[in-house]
Design a protein around this ligand. Sequence first.
Ligand code: SF4
Length: 317
Amino acid sequence: MRFGISSGSLEVLKRKYIKEDSPTTLYLMTLQKCLNNCAFCTQARGSHVDVFMLSRITWPFIEIEDLINLLEEYNPFKRLCFQVTNHLSWEKELVETIKLFKIFNLPISISAPFNNISHIEKFFELEIDRINISIDAVGKDLFRKIKYGEFEERLEFIKEASIKFPSQITSHIIVGLGEEEKELVYIIDKLSKWKVTVALFAFTPLSGTRLENMNPPNYYKYRKIQLITFLLQRNLISFDELSFDKNDNLLITEDILSLAEPFFEIIFKTTGCPNCNRPYYNESPRIVPYNFPRNLKDIEIEEIKYLLRNGRARINL
Ligand code: SF4
């Protein structure tokens, strides 16, 4: 059996050392194109992208046996994550593969096309740690346009799953697809109250996808959402305490900055399942990361504070 492995994960296994920005999770992906057709995704049925790409990362294939041999020699990973496309045999493939990885005793996350609770139950019975039910696009119209689905139904499903499996559900959200900031943080507030872990992604335009000509979000917007998501997820603030301008854009006040002050070193790091750092998933290593896969330097924290206070960067980003 073969899976795609993220190029960063494979590099760690082959070189047998980790750098400060190496992946801390081992990322695997199924190798068949998806039956779904999300507008942003390289794996979408309608995208004209190589099957070995997900976001801007390449995923060379590896035989599971070879991967297990490599892991037996060197395994610095703290989690194993399966990114699963919607194809006919995904459940069978996944169940068989998960059993093979039991020997490593790693917490397992699955991001797959789940659509009912019994589906999810079956995988929790295999003692996996967390399941991602992606929202990706926040807003009724946007969800329909980007994912061809019903937003309210997806929210209901996440709520139901979070009641049944408390603190074991993650949800991916993409910032920059054209969502309204007020609605976005309202939904993140709801998810936080349901104890769903939010994994933020910055929209990444990828050639061959329907959204290839759209721009990624600006850093100011992204940092605002990161900051408020952090506070909402930790129950340090609630939606009712937030303020917005006349266009429903989030306002970051001095009070909010003071509240966030003790956490500036961690707020802007990658969010999601524990120990998931997804290095360079959304951006080239040559630019400032949207999600920092490593600890931030003091200068980076100072720049972010300046950006949040002034609405513009002190340096050219
Ligand atoms: S947050 Fe990370 S580990 Fe969790 S499902 Fe998403 S990519 Fe995988």
